[in-house]
Every structure is written in C-alpha cells, then in structure tokens.
Design a protein around this ligand. Structure first.
Ligand SMILES: Nc1nc2c(ncn2[C@@H]2O[C@H](COP(=O)(O)OP(=O)(O)OP(=O)(O)O)[C@@H](O)[C@H]2O)c(=O)[nH]1
Ligand SMILES: [Zn+2]
Ligand SMILES: [Zn+2]
Length: 280
C-alpha cells in the first residue's frame, strides 16, 4: 500500500531523505522508519509550540466529502466571536477549502500534499510559519480525506475527531477500524439526510464504534440544518477551557496514534489473494 505509493514522502519531510550521505546501504523499510521517527520528533516540537501559546489543536479526519469543511464553516459562524479560531487545510490539490474558511473571516492556510494521502508533522511545521499562534485559541487541522493514513501520524495535535456521514454506511467503523479507534470524538454528520436513507442506523454506527473498545462520545449533527450543533459547540468550548487549565498545570494531551496504520507504512503489507471464480 503506502510502501509502494510513496505517500510517506511529502514536501515537508523530503529533505530528511537527503540530509546526509547514507552511512550504509539503507532499505526502503529503514528509510521509512526513519521518517516516522523524525515525524514524531517534529510533532513534539509542534505540540510544545501550541502549548506555549495556549492553543488547542484538533485533527479532523474522515472520508473525502463527509462534511469536514462544512462543519468548520458552521462552527466558525457560531463561535468566532467567543473563541479565536484558525484552520490548516489539507488536500491533494486546490486552495478551495482554505478560501471557504477565509470567507468566514478567520485565518486559514492550505497545504496541498500533491500525492500524499495524509498530513505529517513537517507539513504542519511549515504551515505554522504562516499563522500567528499567539492570537489563536483553537486550531483545526482538516486532514486529507482518507480513512486510514491520517490516524498514523502525530502532527503535534491534542485531539482526534473522526467524522462519519450518513451517506457512507453505518458499518464504516467496523471496516476502517484504524481511523475510528483513534477518535476522541466521533461525529455522525449530514443527519438532515436520514429521512431519505432507510438503511443507516445511528445506533448501529455507535455499536460498531463500541466494538472497537472505543469510549469516545458519539454526537450526531447536520451542518446544513444546524440540528445537533449545540452539543458539538458545547464539547468544543469545554475542551478549549480544559486545555487552558491543563497548560496552567504544565500538562498536555497526546493523541492516540494507531500503530496498525503506521505498520501499513513501514512493513510489507499483508495481502490476501482469493482465486477468481470460474465463469461458465
Ligand atoms: N445535506 C447535507 N450536505 C452536507 C452537509 N455537510 C456537508 N454537505 C455537503 O457535502 C459535500 C462535501 O462537504 P465538504 O464540507 O466539502 O466535505 P469535506 O469532508 O470537507 O470534503 P474533502 O475536503 O474533499 O474531504 C458538499 O456538497 C456539502 O455541501 C450536511 O450537513 N448536510
Ligand atoms: Zn498513506
Ligand atoms: Zn474539506
């Protein structure tokens, strides 16, 4: 999977591959392990920077199109007069999402990853050069739409939120456990569409989440109709307050990083082949 597609090497960490002439022949696996080690070191530096400035950093993860940017737009409209917000956007191409956020009147920096299917700590480090953290209480990092890799890389953030839109099917946590297991909060989005979908059960989606031994709260909402937004805004305000208090005590939070996601990037992925059924 990611070994072969090269998605571990981004414009943020590419320099690490060429910093010094190799002492000995390195295999692809050791190069990639090295990248992950450097990633974790950079993530700690990013988190120290967030904490020094009293910023809570939240990583938003989901499939493409499940409503991350729409949720941010709705959230900013409701909270921007109370809490100072900024956004880092991650997509393969285009500045579209950052433009949507800027239209709501808050700073947004767009990272375009080219081919990489996730953000990493070095990409965030470069994005931070464009934001004034001293003026920010809450930083959202909208990760690249992808249900596997974003859960494997520490960005220096504090909390993971995983979105599941009702059009994707209620068994997604069972099919993509890596991402859902990492969630500190699971949001079931686009609930205004539930009347048109006779086969999505929010209870089943939550049951699938619990089967991953996850205790994350599950909230349902629609950015379109505003239904359920109050609970989400309350969760956020509480988190921002808790984080400020934690920093006063010189404590911080580390997100859950998924080792199974990491192993997809550094080991030979296990592939199973099934014989093709003979036709006729
Ligand atoms: N009906 C309905 N549509 C929504 C809702 N939220 C988002 N959408 C629509 O879903 C589509 C994708 O929404 P985005 O917010 O761009 O999704 P995203 O997760 O940011 O997408 P990527 O950044 O491409 O991964 C858009 O057409 C939105 O208008 C919602 O609550 N209800
Ligand atoms: Zn990947
Ligand atoms: Zn988006």
């Amino acid at each position: 999977m990611c070994n072969t597609c090269g998605c571990n090497v981004t414009s943020g960490n590419r320099h690490l591959l060429f910093t010094a002439p190799p002492q000995k022949l390195v295999t692809a696996v050791s190069v990639l392990s090295n990248l992950l080690k450097h990633n974790d070191e950079q993530a700690e530096l990013n988190r120290a920077k967030f904490d020094a400035n009293g910023v809570l950093a939240i990583n938003l993860m989901s499939s493409p199109g499940s409503g991350k940017t729409a949720l941010l737009e709705a959230t900013i409209r409701q909270l921007k007069d109370k809490i100072s917000i900024a956004v880092i956007e991650g997509d393969l191409e285009t500045e579209n999402d950052a433009e949507r956020i800027r239209a709501q009147g808050v700073p947004a920096y767009q990272i375009t990853t080219g081919t990489a299917c996730h953000l990493d700590a070095h990409l965030i480090q470069h994005a931070l050069e464009h934001l004034d953290l001293a003026k920010i209480d809450l930083l959202f990092i909208e990760n690249v739409g992808n249900l596997v890799c974003p859960a494997s890389f520490d960005l220096g953030h504090h909390r993971n939120i995983t979105l599941l839109s009702v059009t994707e099917g209620d068994d997604k946590p069972a099919k993509y456990p890596v991402m859902f297991r990492a969630a500190d909060l699971m949001l079931i989005t686009k609930t205004d569409l539930l009347p048109y979908l006779d086969d999505f059960s929010t209870e089943k989606a939550e049951r699938c989440q619990r089967q991953l031994a996850s205790h994350s709260p599950v909230l349902t909402l629609s950015s379109r109709s505003g239904e359920g937004l109050a609970g989400w805004l309350q969760w956020l305000e509480q988190e921002v307050g808790d984080h400020k208090a934690r920093i006063q005590r010189q404590q911080t939070l580390r997100p859950q990083i998924q080792p199974d996601g990491n192993s997809l990037h550094i080991q030979n992925p296990e592939t199973h082949f099934r014989p093709i059924k003979q036709v006729g």
